[in-house]
Design a protein around this ligand. Structure first.
Ligand code: NAI
Ligand code: MG
Length: 356
């Protein structure tokens, strides 16, 4: 069958890594003897579009995206546009409007890449960070110019929203995922000692949901301690479930521990499949290296593998993972992981490895 994919490269290295991912997916389809195909439509949205039109995406953009089987996203953000405008105007708008409440971010070691973790050679690292993607600290609640409070000057308020339903669904997602893994463990992350309402609700829901999964080991860890644990006890983690902000921060740490932010893949899922899900590398637009052929495409290609799983093509996803491992093992590495290969070199190596 033919899968219709909306490509939104957006800004900076987004276009370089989306082009790489598309080339790899097209090579996979070409090799499938017509079993499946990808039909792409590219959307020009992002900061450049904003500078021309005053909008990050078309007013009816969500309508345009609705009919696609998936969205393949690059990265949004550029120094000429305030980050909160670009992020809310495109990525968060899509995630929240399409109820992509589960953000799944696998983290694992790849062959041939040095991790900054001290015990890298003898330590295993194989996690999935499951990020609540619809509420929490990114609910967008609050305001500025709240006169009459505080010590003086402007006052701003930014609230986090936690709902029982929102907590429960992301936790069930994490537990169901843990059951598919060798290590059946879910670690819940909060800061419920300091955030005494929303995160205590999160903890309560976690205890209740955990009771339905007696075969899955659990722990609750405060986010500051979890940051340390990521570095010191990586072998003790499997599935990590956390709120929007905490998981955002922890997953960047996780990908850095695996070797580079450029390696990390993610899926923004609407598990009910009422709306398209969105697949994107964890990293941002990397203005410091954009347009130079230096971007590591592996995070974007790994995200394409997550999209294949979503399409019900797990064997093809596994082929992509094997190609990624063969490429890093062969030392075809971009600069962020201590190599000299270009984005294009890596893309070509990945496509060659698919054929091998
Ligand atoms: P960033 O992820 O763009 O860059 C952080 C560091 O990682 C930089 O040194 C960059 O060169 C490196 N890096 C990132 N991706 C790489 C890749 N594929 N290959 C090699 N190196 C890579 O984060 P930063 O600098 O904080 O943000 C830049 C812009 O991206 C901002 O406008 C920010 O708002 C936006 N952003 C967008 C995201 C999204 O679209 N999902 C996520 C994070 C940031
Ligand atoms: Mg992030």
């Amino acid at each position: 069958r033919t899968f219709r994919i909306a490509a939104i490269p957006a800004d900076g290295v987004g276009s370089e890594v989306v082009a790489a991912g598309r080339a790899v997916l097209d090579a996979l389809a070409a090799d499938s003897q017509g079993a499946f195909a990808f039909e792409w439509q590219e959307f020009p949205w992002g900061c450049g579009y904003y500078e021309r039109t005053g909008k990050m995406m078309d007013d009816d953009g969500l309508e345009q995206l609705k009919e696609f089987d998936a969205i393949y996203f690059g990265a949004v953000g550029w120094p000429t546009v305030p980050d909160h405008i670009s992020l809310w105007g495109l990525r968060l708008k899509i995630c929240q409007s399409f109820d992509q409440w589960a953000n799944v971010r696998p983290v694992h070691f790849l062959p041939g890449i040095t991790s900054p973790l001290r015990k890298a050679d003898d330590t295993d690292l194989d996690w999935v960070v499951v990020r609540e993607n619809s509420e929490g600290e990114y609910a967008g609640l609050g305001g500025r110019n709240l006169a009459g409070r505080g010590p003086g000057g402007e006052v701003a308020l930014q609230s986090a929203l936690f709902t029982e339903v929102g907590c429960e669904r992301i936790m069930r997602y994490a537990f169901d995922l843990a059951r598919t893994r060798t290590r059946r463990k879910v670690s819940s992350v909060t800061k419920s000692n300091a955030q005494q309402y929303g995160m205590v609700l999160w903890d309560d829901v976690f205890k209740r949901v955990a009771a339905d999964y007696p075969d899955v080991e659990t722990e609750s860890v405060l986010v500051d301690a979890m940051a340390a644990k990521f570095v010191l006890r990586p072998e003790d983690l499997s599935v990590v479930v956390a709120s929007n902000l905490n998981a955002d921060i922890l997953s960047d740490l996780g990908s850095a521990l695996a070797g580079s932010l450029g390696l990390a893949a993610s899926a923004n899922l609407n598990p009910e499949r009422r709306f398209p899900s969105m697949f994107e590398p964890v990293h941002g637009s990397a203005p410091d290296i954009a347009g130079q052929g230096l971007a590591n495409p592996i995070g974007a290609v790994g995200s394409a593998a997550l999209m294949l799983e979503h399409f019900g093509l797990p064997d093809q996803a596994a082929r992509l993972h094997k190609a990624i491992e063969a490429t890093t093992a062969a030392g075809v590495l971009t600069r962020d992981i201590a190599g000299t290969a270009s984005t294009e070199d890596v893309t070509k190596a990945l496509i060659d490895a698919l054929g091998a």
